[in-house]
Design a protein around this ligand. Structure first.
Ligand code: PLP
Length: 449
């Protein structure tokens, strides 16, 4: 049986034009170990994108495997209303130790978008129940990404995912996001004084009176092309939110759990958001689980006699799944036992220097930017003017296909190639990835000429 053909007979793959599969079969993976994935013919692929940014400590990690196996023999799942279990309680106890101070209450869902929906509803209802029913709208940054359910799309800012659904979406005011590569204020990363923050100030003056929350990806707009902006922007936004009574929702789904070099991106700015969304790395990329974390103050606005009707009537069947909680507990244990955050600093420096050496003089590489282990390489038509390639050339996609041939999973965002590897990737594996990436870019660009 040809499994690729069988796959295409039945499966509608995520985020894909299925016609593309006519020239690129789905790759059937039979096993994984560390950064490596193996297909049916034993061809191996280096997963430098952590399987959509979620795999934190390699595939088939022994510690996480064993935590899930142990839990499986005790309890696979239980209704989470009125019932609870030790793994969920212990997970909250452990998360509180590493989360920004003041985050205290945990609402469980089962994927990133759902945790964003939960945060949006919570913000709206919080204001409704604290004397501000007029605060019904949201703000967000342009080019942001928060998932693909309707609420999450409404606050996202990428036309690629949202444009067609515009008539269905909620009201949201988008503030032009910092763009540090093509700074409209003529600054660069070394001389920036977050001049672009004036856009946020303007938007708050005009819209904050009817806004219940602003949501953003702290420091790293992942899907926008791994755009990185300064911590100072976030620190200033915290002050602005307090001034105007607008809740700050930090979507740490992609940035949480060490991805930016600190446990959470908010830690770079030393701020506590009112609500934080967690998923992906939360379970090491093993189980679909997310948590919307908030403060005691917000929780208290929902706490009253039942008949007052203030409860947060929000639920998911798999809320608080014990297998997910066990995986997440193992993840936190690995951070501690293996001193991960300290080690990733050296790994990040190694990736930076290796990529810089490989690409510094490349005529089509406009910028190599990085935060934590995440490194993005922006391909441009013209380095001097920063002009992008015509999107119809699908330069990134050509490079993606070349990389797959070579055994590297790159999956670019437009024409931005990036590394977002498991935090325990080795120096030898980085060398392999950089070498294959160089070849893939060379071959891919040749095909587009
Ligand atoms: N928010 C951010 C910042 C993300 O990067 C993603 C997914 O990539 C999501 C939300 C949505 O998460 P999920 O795909 O689990 O719904």
């Amino acid at each position: 049986m040809n499994l690729s053909q069988e796959d295409l007979k039945y499966i509608w793959h995520p985020c894909s034009q299925m016609k593309d599969y006519e020239t690129l079969d789905p790759i059937i993976i039979k096993k994984g170990k560390g950064v490596w994935l193996y297909d049916l013919n034993d061809k191996k692929y280096l997963d430098i994108i952590s399987s959509w940014w979620c795999n934190l400590f390699g595939h088939c990690n022994e510690k996480i495997n064993s935590a899930i196996q142990n839990q499986l023999n005790a309890l696979e799942h239980v209704i989470f209303a009125n019932f609870s279990h030790e793994p969920a309680i212990r997970l909250c106890q452990e998360l509180i130790k590493v989360l920004p101070k003041g985050l205290a209450k945990f609402n469980f869902s089962d994927n990133g978008s759902s945790s964003v929906e939960c945060a949006l509803k919570m913000s709206f209802q919080y204001h409704y129940q604290t004397g501000h029913p007029e605060k019904t709208d949201f703000m967000s940054l342009s080019d942001g990404y928060h998932g693909e359910t309707i609420g999450a799309l409404s606050v996202g800012g990428l036309d690629l995912y949202a444009k067609i659904y515009n008539p269905m979406l909620m009201r949201c005011k988008r503030i032009p996001a910092p763009d540090c590569y093509r700074c409209p204020y003529g600054k660069n990363r070394n001389c920036c004084n977050v001049e672009c923050f004036v856009e946020a100030e303007r938007a708050f003056q005009q819209y904050a009176c009817k806004t219940c929350a602003i949501i953003l990806e702290p420091l790293l707009q992942g899907s926008a092309g791994m755009r990185i902006y300064p911590a100072k922007y976030l620190a200033k936004l915290r002050v602005l939110c307090d001034t105007y009574n607008v809740l700050l929702i930090a979507d740490e789904i992609a940035t949480g759990f060490g991805r930016t070099g600190k446990m959470f991106a908010c830690d770079h700015a030393e701020i506590t958001p009112d609500i934080m969304c967690l998923s992906k790395g939360l379970t090491g990329g093993y189980m679909p689980m997310s948590i919307t974390v908030t403060t005691q103050k917000i929780y208290d606005a929902f706490y009253d006699d039942y008949l007052k009707g203030k409860a947060f009537m929000h639920s998911h069947t798999y809320s608080g799944n014990p297998l997910g909680c066990s995986a997440a507990l193992a993840v936190l244990q690995i951070f501690e036992d293996e001193n991960i955050l300290l080690k990733t600093k050296a790994t990040a420096d190694y990736i930076t220097s290796t990529l810089t050496t490989a690409f510094i003089d490349h005529p089509n590489i406009g910028e190599i930017r990085h935060i934590g282990l995440i490194h993005a390489i922006e391909l441009v038509k013209d380095k001097a003017t920063k002009e992008s390639f015509d999107s119809s050339m699908r330069v990134g996609y050509q490079i993606y296909k070349e990389a797959l041939n070579l055994g590297l999973i790159l999956r670019p965002l437009g024409d931005v190639i990036y590394f977002n590897p498991p935090l325990n990737i080795t120096v030898e594996e980085i060398d392999i990835a950089v070498d294959l990436c160089q070849k893939a870019i060379h071959n891919g660009l040749k095909l587009t000429k």
